[in-house]
Ligand binder design. Structure first.
Ligand code: FES
Length: 248
């Protein structure tokens, strides 16, 4: 059974904008992205929104619904009451391009700064051998769809533009952790994690974990273990000596 919902959608660009009110039809089983598409089709043909898969897998449709970072295609209308005003705004941490579309290039810049996977010299493709237990440790992190909701919600950069230089954000610290845990990787990124990627800015409030649509335990399984590895390297005299002698 359909009903008319009240939507407030942010419209504007880098020079400014504001919330616009709409009344729009909602059908049973729809998600917020369906409603945004109906707005485009019926009332606001120039409304900008980024999306691709409509299945929670491409990570394109990230925005904020009633102030909470969400994927628009995975936010069911049935989670709201029919008389609720639903406010849709762009991700706050990144510069606006237009309406609900933000410029997320900050994330790609941070990705480029991480030293890539470094297998042992001379190891041929196909000769890789890993224990299942080692594979499982970082496999969870490979579920990341790069929606950047964790980057958007992280308080280190959400309200502190000046921290962006010194902080890679949870998605990329998780990438560092993934490489550090890889049994065949020979690079040591612990100093880089601390000094260049700003690991110490993270005070494990778990806001990134809370918004992850893939339910990756970013804080518990990536950031805290990475912090432990960094501390081991820095303060444990035996590990420190071992690092000096054997590198890892
Ligand atoms: Fe692909 Fe929403 S459109 S995750």
């Amino acid at each position: 059974m359909g009903y008319d919902a009240r939507f407030r959608v942010w419209r504007g660009d880098i020079d400014g904008g504001g919330l616009e009110d709409f009344t729009v039809l909602v059908n049973e089983g729809e998600v917020v992205l369906d409603i945004i598409h109906r707005l485009q089709a019926t009332q606001a043909p120039d409304l900008a929104v980024r999306w691709n898969c409509k299945a929670g897998k491409c990570g394109s449709c990230s925005a904020e619904v009633n102030g909470r970072p969400r994927l628009l295609c995975m936010t069911r209308m049935s989670t709201f009451t029919a008389d609720e005003v639903i406010t849709v705004t762009p991700m706050r941490t990144f510069p606006i391009i237009k309406d609900l579309v933000t410029d997320v290039s900050f994330n790609y810049e941070k990705a480029r700064e991480i030293p890539s996977f470094t297998p042992p010299a001379g190891l041929e493709p196909g000769a890789y051998r890993m224990k299942q237990v080692d594979v499982e440790r970082s496999q969870e992190f490979r579920k990341c769809i790069e929606c950047f909701l964790c980057q958007n919600t992280c308080h280190v950069v959400r309200d502190h533009e000046d921290n962006k230089q010194a902080f890679a954000g949870p998605r990329y610290l998780m990438r560092v952790a993934e490489l550090e845990m890889h049994p065949l990787d020979t690079a040591d990124r612990r100093e880089m994690a601390q000094e260049e990627a700003g690991l110490s800015y993270c005070n494990i409030t778990k806001c990134c974990t809370e918004v992850c649509p893939e339910h990756i335990k970013i804080t518990d399984n990536a950031l805290i273990p990475l912090k432990e590895r960094v501390v081991d390297r820095k303060y444990d005299p035996i590990v420190w000596l071992g690092n000096k002698l054997f590198r890892r």
